[in-house]
Design a protein around this ligand. Structure first.
Ligand code: PLP
Ligand code: COI
Length: 339
């Protein structure tokens, strides 16, 4: 553990000391268990393995200048996990159980929370899946809820340096009436080919379009899309994207700075009008987008000065990260300090 170089961490897995598990059977959740094994013992016919009956969450803990550990908007993640559970017919994890498991996982692995100023954080990954045996396509009656943590650096290489993204025309991530609004594993499986092909061609990620008409922007791989036009923050409204907690927070921050904010369908050609564009999410925080390439029309949408993040999104980024680490006052009440 002493040999972790906090400043050069990537967004990867590093073993920590403990994780948390909790099992649901006979209509109720059992006691929280602490484990130091990295493996789960899963039934060979578990619905989570066969039918993708699973959902996960991602949130972060940050160490402040005062040495204290802060969790960002964990209640929102708890609510979203309940929503995903409803979406694929799983038992819901009550907010209190979610809190206990997440806080315990962080506390027990306190030494893995990266130091203030390193730019790194502790990523928390709650996971819920059907582990009851079923062969016909049916929801399980038993579930596992588990939480592991791992220290991470930037999701996109270069951190706050602009990245280039490719518009996906060959693949859809989620159908209009499908599961795109839930954080379920199947959406990520569906996005893999598109993402890896884009990466192989040198792009940081994919911009998915609405699956029905291919006219509107949906989201950017594992992050929401936003654009800045003058003093307005614009982000897509769509039933097939994940409701991002980071995006929701940026909208509130932008509003508090006197910016106009719009959540509405964003037509592809509106990219021509944006001064800045970015991808936002827990893992990505804000990743400025330099160019978006449309392979079918050969159109290249460019944003801002080459190689530099836009000034508006930098301002939003600094306030968001400031709140998360405790450098900025928590005026919105988003932060919980771990005792
Ligand atoms: N969109 C997708 C598909 C994601 O996986 C994520 C990550 O959770 C986001 C958007 C961003 O959401 P949040 O800001 O809540 O992390
Ligand atoms: C997150 O931002 O927390 C995510 O879940 C993205 C992830 C799938 C890497």
């Amino acid at each position: 553990m002493n040999d972790i170089d906090w400043t050069s961490l990537s967004f990867g897995y590093i073993k920590t000391d403990y994780n948390i598990r909790c099992h649901y059977s006979d209509g109720k959740w059992g006691d929280i268990e602490v484990s130091s094994s990295e493996y789960l013992n899963v039934h060979i016919a578990a619905t989570g393995l066969h039918y993708g009956q699973e959902a996960f969450e991602g949130l972060k803990a940050y160490r402040g200048k005062d040495g204290k550990i802060r969790l960002f908007r964990w209640e929102e993640n708890a609510r979203r996990l309940m929503n995903s559970a409803e979406g694929v017919l799983m038992a819901k994890v009550p907010e209190e159980l979610f809190k206990e498991a997440v806080f315990k996982a962080v506390k027990l692995n306190e030494k893995f929370v990266p130091p203030y100023g390193s730019g790194a954080s502790l990523y928390i990954r709650p996971l819920l899946f059907g582990d009851g045996a079923m062969v016909g396509v049916n929801p399980a009656r038993e579930f596992t809820f588990a939480v592991f943590v791992t220290p991470v650096g930037s999701y996109f290489k270069g951190g706050i340096k602009p990245v280039n993204m490719l518009i996906s025309r060959k693949y859809d991530r989620a159908a209009p009436m499908g599961t795109g609004k839930y954080k379920v594993g199947g959406n990520y499986a569906a996005s893999l080919k598109a993402i890896i092909e884009a990466r192989d061609e040198g792009y940081a990620n994919i911009v998915f379009l609405d699956a029905k008409e291919k006219k509107y922007i949906d989201e950017c791989g594992p992050a929401n899309f936003f654009g800045i036009k003058g003093n307005t923050y614009i982000t897509p409204e769509s039933d097939s994207i994940l409701p991002s907690i980071t995006n929701k927070s940026l909208i509130e921050i932008a509003g508090s700075l006197g910016m106009k904010t719009e959540r509405r369908p964003v037509p592809l050609e509106e990219l021509n009008e944006f001064d800045e564009a970015g991808a936002c999410g827990t893992a990505a925080v804000i990743s400025p987008i330099g160019k978006i390439i449309d392979p079918d029309t050969n159109k290249i949408y460019k944003f801002g000065k080459e190689g530099e993040p836009g000034t508006v999104q930098m301002k939003l980024y600094n306030i968001l990260v400031g709140i998360q680490t405790g450098d900025e006052p928590d005026t919105f009440g988003w932060v919980t300090i771990l005792d």
